[in-house]
Design a protein around this ligand. Structure first.
Ligand code: ZN
Length: 342
Protein backbone atom coordinates (compact mmCIF):
# COMPACT_ATOMS: atom_id res chain seq x y z
CA UNK A 1 0.00 0.00 0.00
CA UNK A 2 2.92 2.32 0.49
CA UNK A 3 3.81 2.75 -3.15
CA UNK A 4 0.38 3.57 -4.62
CA UNK A 5 0.14 6.77 -6.60
CA UNK A 6 2.64 9.06 -8.25
CA UNK A 7 4.78 11.69 -6.57
CA UNK A 8 3.29 15.14 -7.03
CA UNK A 9 5.16 18.43 -6.70
CA UNK A 10 4.67 20.56 -3.58
CA UNK A 11 2.38 23.58 -3.77
CA UNK A 12 4.19 26.67 -5.02
CA UNK A 13 4.51 29.43 -2.45
CA UNK A 14 2.74 31.90 -4.73
CA UNK A 15 -0.24 29.54 -4.75
CA UNK A 16 -0.53 30.06 -0.98
CA UNK A 17 -1.48 33.73 -0.68
CA UNK A 18 -1.62 33.92 3.11
CA UNK A 19 1.68 32.09 3.53
CA UNK A 20 3.64 34.86 1.86
CA UNK A 21 5.81 37.17 3.92
CA UNK A 22 8.58 39.65 3.15
CA UNK A 23 9.06 41.70 6.33
CA UNK A 24 11.56 40.19 8.79
CA UNK A 25 9.78 39.54 12.08
CA UNK A 26 12.74 40.82 14.08
CA UNK A 27 11.75 38.77 17.12
CA UNK A 28 14.70 39.83 19.22
CA UNK A 29 13.26 43.35 19.59
CA UNK A 30 10.04 42.04 21.17
CA UNK A 31 11.64 41.91 24.61
CA UNK A 32 12.28 45.67 24.57
CA UNK A 33 9.56 46.85 26.95
CA UNK A 34 9.57 50.33 25.46
CA UNK A 35 9.39 49.16 21.86
CA UNK A 36 5.73 49.92 21.18
CA UNK A 37 5.91 53.32 22.87
CA UNK A 38 9.08 54.17 20.96
CA UNK A 39 7.70 53.14 17.61
CA UNK A 40 4.50 55.08 18.18
CA UNK A 41 6.53 58.28 18.23
CA UNK A 42 8.58 57.36 15.15
CA UNK A 43 7.25 58.98 11.99
CA UNK A 44 8.64 56.09 9.91
CA UNK A 45 6.46 53.54 11.71
CA UNK A 46 3.51 52.17 9.76
CA UNK A 47 0.39 50.80 11.43
CA UNK A 48 -1.91 48.04 10.21
CA UNK A 49 -5.44 48.58 11.52
CA UNK A 50 -7.31 45.36 12.15
CA UNK A 51 -10.77 44.54 13.42
CA UNK A 52 -11.73 40.90 13.32
CA UNK A 53 -10.77 39.49 9.93
CA UNK A 54 -10.87 42.93 8.32
CA UNK A 55 -8.19 45.49 7.70
CA UNK A 56 -8.02 49.12 6.72
CA UNK A 57 -7.08 49.09 3.07
CA UNK A 58 -8.25 49.02 -0.49
CA UNK A 59 -9.21 45.78 -2.19
CA UNK A 60 -5.64 44.88 -3.20
CA UNK A 61 -3.53 46.57 -0.53
CA UNK A 62 -3.34 47.65 3.07
CA UNK A 63 -3.71 51.24 4.07
CA UNK A 64 -0.71 51.71 6.32
CA UNK A 65 -0.83 54.82 8.45
CA UNK A 66 1.73 56.58 10.58
CA UNK A 67 0.94 56.65 14.31
CA UNK A 68 0.49 60.42 14.31
CA UNK A 69 -2.13 60.16 11.58
CA UNK A 70 -4.28 57.93 13.74
CA UNK A 71 -5.46 60.84 15.83
CA UNK A 72 -5.63 58.71 18.94
CA UNK A 73 -6.51 60.57 22.07
CA UNK A 74 -6.16 59.68 25.70
CA UNK A 75 -9.87 59.10 25.77
CA UNK A 76 -9.59 56.31 23.24
CA UNK A 77 -6.62 54.74 24.94
CA UNK A 78 -7.62 55.26 28.52
CA UNK A 79 -11.05 53.71 28.41
CA UNK A 80 -10.72 50.43 30.33
CA UNK A 81 -13.71 49.02 28.48
CA UNK A 82 -12.08 49.33 25.08
CA UNK A 83 -8.31 49.19 25.48
CA UNK A 84 -6.37 49.54 22.28
CA UNK A 85 -3.85 46.76 21.85
CA UNK A 86 -0.67 46.94 19.78
CA UNK A 87 1.45 44.24 18.20
CA UNK A 88 4.92 44.51 16.70
CA UNK A 89 5.00 42.81 13.31
CA UNK A 90 8.61 43.40 12.27
CA UNK A 91 10.69 45.80 10.23
CA UNK A 92 12.19 46.16 6.80
CA UNK A 93 14.51 48.78 5.34
CA UNK A 94 11.72 51.34 5.15
CA UNK A 95 9.69 51.00 8.30
CA UNK A 96 8.84 49.23 11.49
CA UNK A 97 5.32 47.81 11.42
CA UNK A 98 2.76 47.72 14.18
CA UNK A 99 -0.73 46.27 14.19
CA UNK A 100 -3.44 48.01 16.16
CA UNK A 101 -6.40 45.81 17.06
CA UNK A 102 -9.51 47.90 17.25
CA UNK A 103 -12.16 46.55 19.58
CA UNK A 104 -15.69 46.47 18.23
CA UNK A 105 -16.68 49.69 19.97
CA UNK A 106 -13.39 51.57 19.45
CA UNK A 107 -13.96 55.26 19.55
CA UNK A 108 -17.68 54.72 19.51
CA UNK A 109 -17.51 53.33 16.00
CA UNK A 110 -19.36 50.01 15.67
CA UNK A 111 -16.55 48.46 13.68
CA UNK A 112 -17.80 44.92 14.17
CA UNK A 113 -21.00 45.96 12.48
CA UNK A 114 -19.19 46.90 9.28
CA UNK A 115 -20.57 44.24 7.03
CA UNK A 116 -19.11 44.45 3.57
CA UNK A 117 -15.62 45.12 2.31
CA UNK A 118 -16.57 48.35 0.64
CA UNK A 119 -18.23 50.01 3.57
CA UNK A 120 -16.24 52.86 5.00
CA UNK A 121 -15.56 53.36 8.65
CA UNK A 122 -17.78 56.06 10.02
CA UNK A 123 -16.04 59.37 10.65
CA UNK A 124 -14.94 59.55 14.25
CA UNK A 125 -12.96 62.02 16.24
CA UNK A 126 -10.71 59.47 17.85
CA UNK A 127 -9.98 56.76 15.29
CA UNK A 128 -10.37 58.57 12.03
CA UNK A 129 -7.48 57.72 9.76
CA UNK A 130 -9.20 54.96 7.75
CA UNK A 131 -11.79 57.39 6.47
CA UNK A 132 -9.11 59.21 4.51
CA UNK A 133 -8.93 58.75 0.77
CA UNK A 134 -10.06 55.43 -0.64
CA UNK A 135 -9.47 53.38 2.48
CA UNK A 136 -12.12 50.87 3.47
CA UNK A 137 -12.38 47.78 5.57
CA UNK A 138 -11.25 44.85 3.46
CA UNK A 139 -11.54 41.16 4.17
CA UNK A 140 -8.32 39.19 4.32
CA UNK A 141 -10.21 36.09 3.19
CA UNK A 142 -11.47 37.80 0.07
CA UNK A 143 -8.53 40.04 -0.79
CA UNK A 144 -5.42 38.29 0.54
CA UNK A 145 -4.46 36.85 -2.85
CA UNK A 146 -4.62 40.30 -4.47
CA UNK A 147 -2.16 41.84 -2.03
CA UNK A 148 1.62 42.02 -2.32
CA UNK A 149 3.67 39.54 -0.32
CA UNK A 150 4.47 42.29 2.14
CA UNK A 151 0.87 43.30 2.70
CA UNK A 152 -0.43 39.73 2.76
CA UNK A 153 2.12 38.75 5.38
CA UNK A 154 1.51 41.79 7.56
CA UNK A 155 -2.24 41.40 7.23
CA UNK A 156 -2.29 37.68 8.00
CA UNK A 157 -0.15 38.09 11.10
CA UNK A 158 -2.15 41.10 12.28
CA UNK A 159 -5.43 39.21 11.88
CA UNK A 160 -3.99 36.13 13.60
CA UNK A 161 -2.66 38.04 16.61
CA UNK A 162 -5.82 40.10 16.98
CA UNK A 163 -8.00 36.98 16.76
CA UNK A 164 -5.89 35.20 19.36
CA UNK A 165 -6.06 38.14 21.75
CA UNK A 166 -9.79 38.56 21.24
CA UNK A 167 -10.41 34.94 22.26
CA UNK A 168 -7.79 34.64 25.01
CA UNK A 169 -8.06 37.54 27.38
CA UNK A 170 -7.93 35.62 30.65
CA UNK A 171 -5.36 33.42 32.31
CA UNK A 172 -6.00 29.71 31.67
CA UNK A 173 -4.47 28.88 35.05
CA UNK A 174 -6.33 31.20 37.40
CA UNK A 175 -8.90 33.09 35.33
CA UNK A 176 -7.51 36.55 36.05
CA UNK A 177 -7.09 39.19 33.37
CA UNK A 178 -3.92 39.19 31.28
CA UNK A 179 -2.06 42.01 29.61
CA UNK A 180 -0.05 41.86 26.43
CA UNK A 181 3.70 41.42 26.78
CA UNK A 182 6.65 40.89 24.41
CA UNK A 183 5.31 43.57 22.08
CA UNK A 184 2.05 41.69 21.64
CA UNK A 185 3.53 38.21 21.23
CA UNK A 186 2.54 36.96 24.67
CA UNK A 187 0.00 37.67 27.40
CA UNK A 188 1.00 37.79 31.05
CA UNK A 189 -1.33 37.07 33.95
CA UNK A 190 -1.86 40.07 36.22
CA UNK A 191 -2.10 37.78 39.28
CA UNK A 192 0.24 34.81 38.95
CA UNK A 193 2.59 36.16 36.28
CA UNK A 194 2.23 33.13 34.02
CA UNK A 195 2.95 33.82 30.36
CA UNK A 196 0.75 32.59 27.51
CA UNK A 197 1.51 32.58 23.81
CA UNK A 198 -0.56 32.95 20.64
CA UNK A 199 -2.41 29.80 19.72
CA UNK A 200 -2.26 28.12 16.35
CA UNK A 201 -4.48 25.10 15.80
CA UNK A 202 -3.29 22.67 13.12
CA UNK A 203 -5.83 21.32 10.67
CA UNK A 204 -5.24 18.87 7.86
CA UNK A 205 -6.70 19.35 4.40
CA UNK A 206 -6.31 16.65 1.82
CA UNK A 207 -6.65 15.95 -1.86
CA UNK A 208 -7.72 12.32 -1.99
CA UNK A 209 -6.96 10.54 -5.26
CA UNK A 210 -8.55 7.31 -6.41
CA UNK A 211 -6.91 4.66 -8.61
CA UNK A 212 -7.89 6.55 -11.77
CA UNK A 213 -6.31 9.79 -10.50
CA UNK A 214 -9.71 11.30 -9.92
CA UNK A 215 -10.11 13.84 -7.10
CA UNK A 216 -12.52 13.53 -4.19
CA UNK A 217 -14.69 16.60 -3.61
CA UNK A 218 -17.29 16.85 -0.91
CA UNK A 219 -19.92 19.18 0.48
CA UNK A 220 -19.97 20.09 4.14
CA UNK A 221 -23.43 20.23 5.67
CA UNK A 222 -22.81 23.88 6.54
CA UNK A 223 -22.19 24.98 2.95
CA UNK A 224 -24.41 26.20 0.13
CA UNK A 225 -25.93 23.40 -1.91
CA UNK A 226 -23.50 23.53 -4.85
CA UNK A 227 -20.27 24.18 -2.98
CA UNK A 228 -17.59 21.48 -3.11
CA UNK A 229 -14.09 21.22 -1.72
CA UNK A 230 -11.51 18.74 -0.52
CA UNK A 231 -11.92 17.20 2.94
CA UNK A 232 -10.40 18.85 5.99
CA UNK A 233 -10.46 18.57 9.74
CA UNK A 234 -8.70 19.55 12.92
CA UNK A 235 -5.84 17.51 14.26
CA UNK A 236 -6.87 15.97 17.56
CA UNK A 237 -4.84 15.96 20.74
CA UNK A 238 -2.13 13.35 20.67
CA UNK A 239 -2.46 12.80 16.94
CA UNK A 240 0.05 13.11 14.10
CA UNK A 241 -0.73 14.83 10.83
CA UNK A 242 -0.82 11.74 8.61
CA UNK A 243 -2.98 9.93 11.15
CA UNK A 244 -5.39 12.85 11.14
CA UNK A 245 -5.64 12.67 7.34
CA UNK A 246 -6.50 8.97 7.43
CA UNK A 247 -8.93 9.33 10.35
CA UNK A 248 -10.83 12.26 8.86
CA UNK A 249 -11.28 10.52 5.50
CA UNK A 250 -12.45 7.32 7.19
CA UNK A 251 -14.89 9.19 9.43
CA UNK A 252 -16.33 11.48 6.80
CA UNK A 253 -16.57 9.24 3.72
CA UNK A 254 -15.61 5.73 4.86
CA UNK A 255 -12.58 5.38 2.61
CA UNK A 256 -9.20 3.99 3.59
CA UNK A 257 -6.18 6.10 2.68
CA UNK A 258 -2.80 4.48 2.26
CA UNK A 259 0.06 6.67 1.16
CA UNK A 260 0.02 10.29 2.28
CA UNK A 261 2.30 12.99 0.89
CA UNK A 262 2.82 16.49 2.30
CA UNK A 263 1.87 19.29 -0.10
CA UNK A 264 2.29 22.60 1.76
CA UNK A 265 0.79 24.77 4.46
CA UNK A 266 -0.52 28.23 5.09
CA UNK A 267 -1.99 30.11 8.04
CA UNK A 268 -5.76 30.53 8.05
CA UNK A 269 -6.38 32.93 10.93
CA UNK A 270 -10.19 32.65 11.01
CA UNK A 271 -9.66 32.51 13.87
CA UNK A 272 -6.51 30.48 14.45
CA UNK A 273 -5.76 27.62 12.09
CA UNK A 274 -2.68 26.45 10.30
CA UNK A 275 -3.88 24.49 7.27
CA UNK A 276 -1.50 21.65 6.50
CA UNK A 277 -2.19 20.15 3.08
CA UNK A 278 -1.61 16.61 1.86
CA UNK A 279 -2.24 14.36 -1.06
CA UNK A 280 -3.58 10.96 -0.14
CA UNK A 281 -4.21 7.83 -2.20
CA UNK A 282 -6.77 5.12 -1.58
CA UNK A 283 -5.31 1.77 -0.57
CA UNK A 284 -5.15 -0.62 -3.54
CA UNK A 285 -7.98 -3.11 -3.53
CA UNK A 286 -9.96 -1.22 -0.92
CA UNK A 287 -13.38 0.37 -1.11
CA UNK A 288 -13.39 3.03 -3.84
CA UNK A 289 -16.82 4.65 -3.46
CA UNK A 290 -17.19 7.39 -0.84
CA UNK A 291 -20.07 7.16 1.63
CA UNK A 292 -20.79 10.55 3.24
CA UNK A 293 -21.36 10.41 6.97
CA UNK A 294 -24.54 12.45 6.51
CA UNK A 295 -23.62 14.69 9.42
CA UNK A 296 -20.53 16.70 8.54
CA UNK A 297 -20.52 15.65 4.90
CA UNK A 298 -23.64 15.38 2.76
CA UNK A 299 -22.16 14.75 -0.69
CA UNK A 300 -18.88 13.21 -1.83
CA UNK A 301 -17.78 12.02 -5.24
CA UNK A 302 -14.68 11.64 -7.37
CA UNK A 303 -14.19 13.91 -10.38
CA UNK A 304 -12.05 13.60 -13.47
CA UNK A 305 -10.45 16.82 -14.66
CA UNK A 306 -12.93 17.12 -17.51
CA UNK A 307 -15.87 16.54 -15.20
CA UNK A 308 -14.65 19.16 -12.78
CA UNK A 309 -14.02 21.75 -15.50
CA UNK A 310 -17.49 21.19 -16.90
CA UNK A 311 -19.18 21.36 -13.49
CA UNK A 312 -17.36 24.58 -12.59
CA UNK A 313 -18.06 26.20 -15.95
CA UNK A 314 -21.78 25.45 -15.81
CA UNK A 315 -22.03 26.55 -12.19
CA UNK A 316 -23.15 23.10 -11.16
CA UNK A 317 -20.54 23.30 -8.43
CA UNK A 318 -18.69 26.17 -6.80
CA UNK A 319 -15.09 25.81 -5.66
CA UNK A 320 -13.21 27.45 -2.76
CA UNK A 321 -11.97 31.03 -2.86
CA UNK A 322 -8.54 31.90 -4.17
CA UNK A 323 -7.04 32.70 -0.79
CA UNK A 324 -7.62 29.14 0.42
CA UNK A 325 -5.17 26.28 0.34
CA UNK A 326 -8.11 24.13 -0.75
CA UNK A 327 -8.19 26.00 -4.05
CA UNK A 328 -4.42 25.57 -4.41
CA UNK A 329 -4.69 21.82 -3.80
CA UNK A 330 -7.50 21.40 -6.32
CA UNK A 331 -5.67 23.41 -8.98
CA UNK A 332 -2.46 21.55 -8.28
CA UNK A 333 -4.22 18.30 -9.15
CA UNK A 334 -6.09 19.93 -12.05
CA UNK A 335 -2.82 21.17 -13.55
CA UNK A 336 -3.56 24.90 -13.70
CA UNK A 337 -6.21 27.51 -13.05
CA UNK A 338 -9.76 26.20 -12.99
CA UNK A 339 -12.08 27.74 -15.59
CA UNK A 340 -14.37 30.56 -14.53
CA UNK A 341 -18.10 29.96 -14.38
CA UNK A 342 -19.63 30.78 -17.77
ZN1 ZN B 1 -3.20 33.59 36.28
Amino acid sequence: MSDAGPEVPPLAMDALPLGRWSVPRDAERRTDQDLIATLRTDAATRVVLVSGGRLAGAHDRLRLVSPADLGLTNAAEGDPGTPLEWFYLGRDEESSYLALALPPEAGGVPIAAVGTPDERISADERVHAPTHGDAQWVSLRESGHLMSARDAGLATTAVALAAWRHRHRFCPRCGAATHLSEAGWSATCTVDGSVHYPRTDPAVIMAIHDHEDRLLLARSSAWPENRRSVLAGFVESGEGLESAVRREVAEEVQLEVGRVQYAGAQPWPFPGSLMVAFHGWLVPGGEAAPVPDGVEITHAEFFTRDELARAVTTGEIGVPMRTSIARALIESWYGGDLPEPA
